[in-house]
Design a protein around this ligand. Structure first.
Ligand SMILES: Cc1cc2nc3c(=O)[nH]c(=O)nc-3n(C[C@H](O)[C@H](O)[C@H](O)COP(=O)(O)OP(=O)(O)OC[C@H]3O[C@@H](n4cnc5c(N)ncnc54)[C@H](O)[C@@H]3O)c2cc1C
Length: 377
């Protein structure tokens, strides 16, 4: 990473600077990995990230809260080197977020496995008929004695098919809409849980549609209070939305670094491309966008780490700005690479595919703008 000056910003402490330095050295040695078979790449990455200790940061330690600035530094740095490594790290945190923040000690026993990279986690919220409209989800969880019986379908579930454990959101019906949802801890080998379809996307990672056909889990699988599933999901997303911004920031920084190298090396019209003022204008826009995103991401992370109960507005701003800006920065990078920018396998071509979904998942840009407007008005 060429520009490290953000590490001196007051949002970060010495422990964050040390983390960033160690992580960058590790990434330079171990990343990127081969993406040919994404399932085995992700299984390998989770094991590697666990063995190296990085997954310790993906869940809160006993009696502590998640350190959002560490999460952001990890996602930014991993995404800079290999988007699949960032994905594998992020899903261990998002997948186990509700357990980490609200789980019982028995449920939290799973965290020992996910933080060591010995179990893969997934977060199952989205359904075919309720994407952005989370409160409308239809999967049901019916109480039967000392068990719950789950029926329904989930889609777009990252790690679907390779996960060992899912946190599943379902309707328990305490009240209509958002107040009638609960979260459950569901091991992947629970009878009745199946993968309906694996989903192929422009930047491949393990992704599936799942079916819950009369699956029976003990009452002890309920995470937190019945009826508080929506609130829990939003609290988890409050933390992880900022980190999506951090991942986008890492990708944008990489695109800027690739571009800096390219325009200085490439000679056209008798001089480096970097000598052309219009090219300098593009580079300036890219650098400006990267710094503005970094300020919003670390402002949100710092605010949460200072003890704010919710950072809905800050996280929405960080995610919208960093993901939209990264898309633009990467597009500029592709443009300045000419034909090589669209050549399969080049770094900027990969970034161009990898950034796109970040503007959609964990709350699409349009939805985040509604959130920001509501908070502002
Ligand atoms: C690669 C990838 C990975 C994912 N991983 C997971 C996962 O691990 N777990 C999980 O539960 N889900 C996951 N998702 C699902 C993701 O969160 C949803 O795709 C997202 O919430 C949008 O839902 P949808 O696709 O149904 O789109 P829709 O809800 O149909 O929305 C489509 C578009 O409509 C617009 N829109 C929607 N609502 C509004 C509004 N209120 N105002 C203005 N415009 C609006 C937006 O442009 C939005 O993109 C993943 C998705 C992708 C693409």
């Amino acid at each position: 990473m060429a520009d490290q000056s953000f590490l001196d910003w007051p949002f970060l402490a010495d422990k964050h600077r040390a983390l960033a330095t160690d992580l960058q050295a590790w990434c330079a040695m171990h990343l990127p990995v081969d993406h040919q078979d994404v399932d085995s790449a992700c299984r390998g990455l989770v094991r590697q990230l666990g063995a190296a200790g990085w997954l310790e940061h993906s869940v809160a330690k006993q009696g502590e809260t998640l350190d959002v600035r560490s999460l952001c530094l990890l996602r930014e740095t991993l995404a800079y080197h290999d988007a699949l490594a960032d994905f594998s790290f992020a899903m261990q945190g998002l997948g186990m977020g509700a357990v980490s923040l609200f789980g019982t000690p028995e449920q939290q026993a799973w965290l020992d496995k996910t933080r060591r990279g010995e179990a893969i986690a997934a977060f199952a919220l989205t359904e075919p008929e309720s994407g952005s409209d989370v409160a409308n989800l239809q999967t049901t969880a019916q109480r039967e004695g000392d068990a719950f019986v789950l029926n329904g379908e989930k889609t777009w579930i990252s790690n679907g098919g390779i996960a060992d454990v899912y946190v599943v959101f379902a309707r328990t019906g305490e009240a209509p809409g958002a107040k009638g949802l609960s979260a459950f801890l569901v091991p992947a080998n629970t009878p009745g849980l199946s993968v309906v379809e694996r989903l192929e996307v422009i930047a491949p990672h393990p992704l599936a549609q799942l079916k819950f056909d009369n699956i029976r889990v003990p009452a002890a699988a309920l995470i937190g209070q019945a009826g508080s599933g929506f609130k829990m999901a939003m609290s988890v997303l409050d933390v992880f939305r900022t980190t999506v911004g951090a991942a986008a920031l890492g990708m944008a920084r990489r695109a800027l670094d690739e571009t800096r190298g390219r325009v200085q090396k490439r000679h056209l019209f008798g001089a480096p491309l970097a000598d052309l003022q219009m090219v300098q204008g593009h580079v300036a826009d890219m650098a400006l966008g990267v710094d503005a995103s970094a300020l919003l991401v670390y402002r949100s992370a710092w605010t949460k780490d200072q003890g704010a109960a919710r950072v809905t507005r800050e996280a929405a701003m960080a995610k919208v700005h960093a993901t939209e800006t990264a898309q633009h920065v990467i597009d500029q990078a592709v443009q300045l690479h000419g034909g090589d920018g669209v050549r399969r396998g080049t770094v900027v071509e990969q970034l161009y595919r990898e950034i796109r979904a970040l503007r959609i998942y964990e709350g699409a840009t349009d939805v985040q703008k509604v959130v920001i407007a509501r908070q502002t008005l």
